[in-house]
Design a binder for this molecule. Sequence first.
Ligand code: NDP
Length: 330
Amino acid sequence: MRWGLIGASTIAAEHMIGAIRASGGQITAVMSSNAERAASYAANHRINAGVTDLGAVLDGVDAVYISTTNDMHLPQAMAAIAAGKHVLCEKPLAMNVADAVSMVRAAEQAGVTFATNHHLRNAGSHLAIREVITSGRIGEVLSVRVFHAVHLPPHLQGWRIDNPAAGGGVIPDITVHDADTVRFHLGEDPVEVVAMKTARGMGQGVEDSAMSVWSMPSGTMVHTHESFTHAFAGTGIEVHGTQGSIIARGVMTQQPVGEIVVRSEAGEEALPFATHGLYDRAVEVFAKACAGEGEPAATGVDGVKSLAVAAAVSEAAETGKRTTVDYGGI
Ligand code: NDP
């Protein structure tokens, strides 16, 4: 598959270029808004062309990977879809739910594959957790707790911590991932949320920490904590059921790492899981979907829904009111 990269980004450099190449994909060009950065990024990553024109990056490719700042995803995805290209778009898909819905609808009409790059549902750890839940081994799920408070490394402390217009803030950055992961595990969509947020140490004009509680149609309660400022907290997810609990530590991450135990009357048992690259699997499944085989790991609809939950968390934190998640009719 021939790929164009829209965005001379860190995530592409650190994870996605390698994942695309591991899948057998060929990257023909990278687009940046800055000609010098386009050229140096292309040279650094052995990409034939560094361009500034969207038409040029779309020329001759089958698919694009969009990893610009969040405000740019909508126009760039719409242009790629209009040119008949398959699109793997970074989360959050857009700045609001209506825009994300329009991207998904446009892709449906154009008959192209449109996916969201939610990496966590590709992790061996999360695939194993979901299997335990769906097998019924822990019984009926009563509650889920997500610990996703990290310390944002200095090289990522740009637009994320001071630019709301580009989509900064921990809610668009991390709460969307937690929303997708919880939806993936429970197979249902949050209904209402309550939330609080703060900026304490890193956020300038955007929140750097958030906590929220979500209700689910089944009655399961979900509690999540996201932050950019917690150097020593570690990440994890706990799923508590009537017959047992899943305790997973270090699994809300970009690496195939962590530890999982299943606790029940029988005691504690370590849960083994596969350790393939998260982004490798995301690209592999996306490429198959483009070839007509199955669906992407996280579809465009999944991207709309994770954004809708994050938007509700943001609104609830802003207003102090219990907020119904609006999925934009999707
Ligand atoms: P970066 O800040 O690295 O890149 C975003 C844009 O910023 C680039 O497209 C580039 O614009 C510009 N930029 C990059 N480096 C510089 C620089 N040195 N000077 C000036 N401008 C620069 O963002 P990330 O890679 O961290 O995130 C990009 C997207 O990917 C976001 O939507 C984010 O939410 C998502 N993301 C997803 C992850 C996942 O696991 N799914 C993980 C990390 C990010 P231009 O292209 O015009 O050069």
